[in-house]
Design a protein around this ligand. Structure first.
Ligand SMILES: [Zn+2]
Length: 627
């Protein structure tokens, strides 16, 4: 038995009849065969937690839990009808019952009363999961994978725990810490950082660069990287340039954990599956299969914001809201029991948006920061969000006044939902007339995932959902366009707004709509994303009025072309500087990555001059010793 399990055992009285003690990741779980001890241990477990400073959970041994059918009846009777029960699933060996409900708040009951009663009557530990308000096949599949593999997961989580607590020490460690940039240094795309100590090796993000032909993947064939020695992968968010290569690691045999938030796990999986289907459509060999995506899900460990967890003997991580997309996190890593504290921001937005809270700047301790610099250039201050919102509403108002249609090409994740909220608010408050907002394919799927995780929204949206039962995404103005037939109806119908992928109009249904809308001057196109060189979106931005689609087809562009630059999920230059200014505590060193060379260098020099903080802007493959 591991030392820490022995330490826990010392606290527990002999007559508690402990049948097993195991790890679930960094958590310690103790099973008892004594009902009385399980239900009434007079705060002993809390005392143990206070003493060893690790999470400890007491569960009933499977042999004393209530028969499943009986327990299901008890649960059904206890739950109020408006809890919207959709599924009850038993994880038999862990004595856990998962209750999927549309209204978790109702299912939990006032002060957790209902859950407490379920536990007392059945001896099962109830866990509530939210059923998304918009049906999501993907979430059903992901939960299915986790439920089907509960036996594998139990062993897997125990193995992680053994690794964490093997050689467990309470004292501060000494030693060195190095970071190697395997991509996205003086560059945007293929984010991947190898963080090493004498004890651990972890990857922070592992993305692809879709725009680049020869530098699509992080450079993994370097001497210091060995997949079989990797302890963990930690993901900041779901965008492919941060998550896209993770399934490939599983294809190559990696079987360790991937840490991320639940929305990041779900949206990354959706984007990975979409990545495969795009490759198939273009008759290219996808670099990984849906089986590899499934392995990723099987090995995922999800954490909430500000939930602290050990991941190796000398690393403890905490996710903080990054404000960039749903579930996006900054990773705070506490290394060596106080030796050093590192923050990796991933992509960050230091501005409240309609959907999300701005990035956090207060941390328990902080010595080094690795920070993005996408808009780090001196002049990277686009129009404000409010100016862009007003302009967007004006465009929609004028276009529908002319009986025209508005096409907004979007990335599936982030801006699409932000724009949905802006339009919803404008219609709800009477700024524009009620017209249908058509949401195409992928955008709808990602929006459905949003409805499973309202806890990740900003306070205002949360209040509307939880206190006024007013979920903006459920407004009936939003209409899902799933089939070719439905799309045809949109093309033949009246004034409307269409949200469709891809954002740069390099493919997908946004191109189909464009071909149909382009020749009519009463229609409008609104470009809200960055348009890459060579993309159809870039040509339209440049004012091309005749677009040659292929040998047979040339499109005349008469529709109005509008460019709105302020909807970025990234901080502007001023916001990046403000973020650094407000960092508390002030770090000693800031490393700038995820930006074109000139932008990373410029931001590095400004931060140094303004705040007297040591900065650097490494290149890809550079290794820095941060301690
Ligand atoms: Zn991103």
């Amino acid at each position: 038995m591991a030392d820490i399990l022995k330490e826990v055992a010392k606290f527990i009285p002999k007559d508690a009849d402990i049948s097993d003690s195991v790890f679930e990741g960094a958590n310690i779980v103790v099973y008892t065969k004594k009902k009385d001890f399980f239900l009434n241990n007079n705060g002993l477990i809390r005392e143990i937690v206070n003493n060893i400073k690790k999470r400890v959970e007491l569960r009933a041994d499977p042999s004393i839990t209530m028969d499943r059918e009986e327990a299901e009846d008890v649960i059904k009777k206890l739950l109020p009808d408006d809890a919207g029960l959709s599924q009850i699933i038993f994880d038999v060996q862990r004595s856990i019952v998962i209750i999927e409900s549309e209204k978790p708040g109702v299912a939990i009951g006032k002060n957790g009363e209902i859950l407490k009663t379920i536990k007392e009557k059945t001896l099962w530990i109830p866990q509530i999961k939210r059923t998304p308000s918009i049906k999501s096949k993907l979430i059903e599949n992901i939960r299915g994978v986790l439920y089907e593999n509960d036996d594998y997961r139990r062993k897997f989580l125990h193995k992680i725990g053994k690794r964490i607590y093997d050689g467990w020490v309470k004292e501060r460690r000494s030693g060195w810490i190095r970071v190697t940039f395997l991509g996205a240094a003086r560059h945007v795309g293929r984010s991947c950082i190898l963080l090493q100590t004498p004890e651990s090796k972890v990857l922070l993000d592992c993305g692809v660069d879709i725009a680049s032909e020869e530098n699509s993947f992080p450079i993994l064939d370097v001497p210091e990287f060995n997949l079989s020695e990797l302890d963990a992968v930690i993901l900041t968010h779901s965008h492919l340039d941060h998550s896209g290569l993770v399934p490939y690691l599983y294809k190559m045999g990696y079987r360790g954990p991937i840490y991320c938030t639940a929305p990041t796990r779900d949206i990354s999986s959706l984007l990975a599956l979409d990545f495969i289907s795009i490759a198939n459509k273009e008759a290219k060999d996808p670099i990984f299969s849906s089986g590899d995506v499934k392995e990723m899900v099987k090995h995922s460990v999800v954490l909430d914001y500000e939930e602290v967890t050990d991941i190796t003997p000398d690393m403890r991580i905490t996710f903080y809201d990054a404000g960039h997309v749903l579930g996006s996190a900054m990773i705070h890593i506490h290394i060596g029991n106080g030796l050093h504290n590192l923050l990796y921001t991933g992509d960050l937005n230091y501005e409240n948006s309609n959907l999300l809270q701005k990035a956090i700047t207060k941390f328990p301790r902080l010595e080094s920061v690795i920070m993005e610099s996408t808009y780090g250039g001196r002049d990277d201050n686009p129009p404000t969000r409010q100016e862009c919102e007003d302009e967007l509403i004006g465009i929609i108002k004028n276009t529908i006044g002319d009986k025209g249609k508005v096409l907004i090409p979007v990335l599936g994740v982030g801006r699409a939902q932000e724009i949905m909220l802006i339009i919803e608010k404008a219609i709800r408050t009477g700024l524009i007339d009620e017209i249908p907002i058509y949401v195409q394919g992928m955008v709808w799927d990602v929006t459905a995932i949003h409805t499973a995780y309202p806890d990740f929204f900003n306070t205002e949206v949360k209040k509307a959902i939880f206190h006024k039962d007013q979920n903006p995404f459920l407004n009936k103005i939003f209409k899902h366009v799933g089939s070719q037939k439905e799309m045809q109806q949109v093309l033949e119908g009246g004034p409307c707004v269409v949200l469709a992928t891809s954002g740069m109009m390099t493919g997908g249904s946004s191109v189909e709509y464009f071909k149909n809308f382009a020749s009519f001057s009463k229609n409008s196109l609104v470009l809200v994303s960055y348009q890459g060189p060579g993309s159809l979106g870039r040509r339209l931005e440049n004012g091309d009025k005749e677009i040659r689609m292929n040998e047979k087809e040339t499109i005349k562009v008469n529709m109005k072309i509008n460019i709105l630059r302020g909807f970025s999920g990234h901080s502007s230059r001023d916001q990046l500087m403000d973020f650094v200014k407000n960092l508390d505590p002030k770090p000693r060193k800031i490393i700038l990555i995820h930006g074109e060379s000139s932008k990373s260098l410029n931001l590095a020099s400004s931060i140094h001059k303004t705040f007297r903080i040591e900065t650097s802007a490494p290149r890809t493959l550079d290794t820095l010793r941060i301690r």
